[in-house]
Design a protein. Structure first.
Length: 350
């Protein structure tokens, strides 16, 4: 099968999934403030939950800036094995403190109230897991938030998309579906999306080499985290027994190469910055470079580090600079539409 025919088959699959998932991927119930809101001087963090009609349930962290500097919000979904707490909470709170509201949608099954979602229904929904389905769900949740924006104090029609590892992989699907959902995402900043090609047993030595490198990266990560944040970072890992089951069931999809298939469906004009690391086999930077060879508005940057460098403070600092350069350009041109923004002042000119 030629690459062109393969691309056409994937596109047809996406369109068919859009039709078939319009109802099953709909939001059945959005539950605001399942815990008491966390008030800060600059904004409020809300812990919400969502139950989909197919029984998939998500924890949601909604960060509402008290004095927002823009109506454009930030959206993300976490890495594999992580929660909306710890590192991901720090990221969304960081932007809230700077005046940018945002939303973090947890992994499948991250909301685990047995009275709301029976265990058998939850397991059935997880067995049908795919990155494309997760992307549909994310758009449906964002649509629900937008339709209730007066009550939830968050706009999701115009968004900046962030994502790390699994979050960056789902992000490929979110971008591929954005036009179908009529969501404006002028810019995406994705870090270490993994396995654009299906993982094969022959690549096991490369993966083991990366695993051996990670303890050193972890040591550097610990050294970069302030004492204030160190207290919260252990909560990044969701070690609940049900979360372990969720993540095991999600694993085969992440290794399947689906992220590369979805990536090829992103519109050619999409502006996107992809950060990969020299010692991170899983993110396969050379494959992403091949996929986006003809995308003039996609910049792929390889920097020093391994997979855990995702959480290093320097990584967020680089994202910070690009996000605020984007906001300045939006204000300068008076538009949220990508074709009006000079992205050479955001990420293309770096």
């Amino acid at each position: 099968m030629t690459a062109q025919n393969n691309h056409k088959d994937i596109a047809i699959n996406v369109q068919n999934s859009f039709e078939s998932l319009k109802f099953t991927s709909a939001v059945q119930e959005y539950i605001p403030d399942i815990d008491l809101p966390d008030y800060h001087a600059t904004g409020t963090l809300h812990s919400d939950a969502v139950i989909m009609k197919d029984s998939t349930a998500y924890a949601v962290l909604r960060a509402v800036a008290h004095e927002p500097i823009t109506d454009v919000s930030i959206g993300l979904t976490p890495a594999w094995w992580t929660s909306t707490r710890g590192h991901n909470r720090h990221t969304i709170e960081h932007f809230m403190r700077l005046g940018v509201s945002g939303i973090a949608i947890g992994i499948e099954g991250s909301y685990r109230n047995p009275d709301k979602v029976p265990f058998t229904a939850r397991m059935q929904s997880l067995q049908e897991h795919s990155l494309l389905r997760a992307a549909h769900h994310m758009h449906k949740i964002l649509d629900t938030v937008q339709s209730n924006s007066d009550k939830l104090h968050l706009e999701t029609e115009d968004m900046i998309l962030l994502g790390e590892s699994r979050g960056a992989m789902v992000g490929k699907g979110v971008l591929a579906l954005a036009d179908l959902y009529k969501r404006n995402i002028p810019y995406a900043d994705l870090t270490a999306p993994c396995f654009p090609q299906k993982f094969s047993i022959a690549k096991t030595p490369d993966l083991l080499k990366q695993i051996a490198q990670e303890p050193w990266e972890f040591a550097k990560l610990v050294g970069s985290i302030s004492l204030r944040n160190m207290v919260h970072y252990p909560a990044s890992l969701d070690a609940h027994p049900k979360a372990i089951i969720n993540n095991i069931l999600a694993g085969p999809t992440l290794f399947s190469g689906e992220s590369g298939e979805l990536a090829s469906l992103i519109p050619k004009e999409q502006n996107m910055h992809i950060t990969t690391f020299h010692d991170d086999f899983a993110s396969m930077p050379h494959v992403w470079e091949d996929i986006y060879a003809d995308y003039q508005n996609v910049r792929i940057e390889r920097i020093e580090g391994a997979h855990l460098t995702i959480a290093h403070s320097k990584t967020l600092e680089h994202i910070d600079k690009r996000i605020f350069a984007l906001l300045i350009e939006m204000e300068h041109c008076g538009s949220r539409q990508a074709d009006s923004i000079d992205f050479h002042k955001v990420h293309l000119g770096q």
